[in-house]
Design a protein around this ligand. Structure first.
Ligand code: ADP
Ligand code: MG
Length: 315
């Protein structure tokens, strides 16, 4: 189990991690989801003892990463954003070296390396120099290093970044497999990725945890909201004047596309209220033709965008 307690990381005046508090239960796959710069890597680097925190602590199976880093790190395998690979080593040499660094007992080293190679399907390239491997294979070497000695907790920072679609599927399958016997935490800025791989999603925005739940529950969170998308032949100000009189509307966004005579309007309302007829007549009375109108339920994608979008007040 991992307990993250009131974690803060400041870079100068910039709050990269803003009082994070959460618990990771054993045996599940967790996804840290958030846009670039949200604080995912910083959080993972602190959890794994790579960098220090400004405030707070992380307990790994009861051991503080600050007070007892050696003990705490025993339970963790980590694939950082930029894997620490030595390009002039052969895969097998590198894994021996990594096993050494991790302090795996000499009697168990050979078995641990074989196991890691097997899991990451590296046997065909074990005698090749790392610098001669493709990006996909290098990523697997990084993963092999993370799973060496089969630690309880495996932390992977954007494990599929830069890979081609086939390699992405392979790595995802591997992660799902790992999740059967380990606690896995991975980060991604891609919603689709965490929703297919993870049992639990933690959405991080500006260093804060803004939502955490199963993919299903996050989706349900938004089931109570309807999204109306309109294309209207009028400009934003005129549309705004009309919509201001609608108390039922929770949120409105405007965008103008290539055709400047048209405005796209996205409206959210409670699910039990249908304002389509009222909208139709209001716009018609004001001689503002509606070209398109569709009504959809909010999706997980919408939840993610809504939770992580830049708030105007912050800018
Ligand atoms: P993510 O992994 O979610 O993309 P990061 O944890 O890498 O986010 O970064 C969080 C924030 O902290 C960003 O605004 C980033 O610019 C800043 N940051 C990260 N590392 C450093 C550093 N070493 N020095 C200064 N600022 C940093
Ligand atoms: Mg990152």
């Amino acid at each position: 189990m991992i307990e993250v307690k009131n974690l803060v990381k400041k870079y100068g005046n910039h709050l990269a991690v803003d009082h994070l508090d959460f618990t990771i239960e054993p045996g599940k796959i967790y996804g840290f989801l958030g846009p670039n710069g949200a604080g995912k890597s910083t959080t993972m680097n602190i959890m794994t003892g790579y960098i220090g925190a400004t405030e707070g602590d992380v307990l790994i199976n009861g051991h503080s990463i600050v007070e007892e880093p050696k003990e705490a790190k025993k339970y963790i395998g980590y694939l950082p954003e930029i894997p620490p690979l030595y390009m002039d080593m052969k895969v097998i040499e590198y894994l021996k070296f990594a096993a050494e660094l991790k302090g795996i007992e000499s009697g168990k080293k050979a078995k641990a390396i074989t196991e890691a190679i097997e899991l990451t399907k590296l046997h065909d390239v074990s005698d090749r120099l790392i610098k001669n491997l493709s990006k996909g294979y290098r990523q697997r070497v990084g993963l092999a290093q993370a799973v060496l000695g089969m630690p309880d907790i495996i932390i992977l920072d954007e494990p599929t970044v830069g890979l081609d679609p086939k390699q992405i599927i392979e790595i995802r399958d591997l992660i799902k497999n790992l999740g059967k016997n380990h606690t896995v935490i991975l980060s991604s800025h891609i919603l689709q990725e965490v929703s297919v791989v993870c049992d639990y999603i933690m959405i991080i925005s500006h260093g804060k945890l803004v939502a955490s739940d199963t993919p299903d529950n996050l989706e349900k969170l938004m089931e109570n909201t309807t999204k109306l998308s309109l294309k209207v032949k009028a400009d934003k100000n005129n549309i705004e004047n009309i919509l201001n009189s609608f108390d039922e509307i929770e949120n409105v966004e405007y965008t103008t596309g290539r055709d400047e005579t048209m405005t796209d309007v996205n409206i959210t309302t409670p699910v039990d209220i249908d304002i389509r007829e009222k909208l139709f007549y209001s716009f018609a009375e004001n001689k503002m033709p509606i070209y398109e109108m569709t009504s959809t339920k909010m999706t997980l994608e919408d939840v993610f965008l809504e939770l992580t979008q830049e708030k105007k007040e912050d800018e």
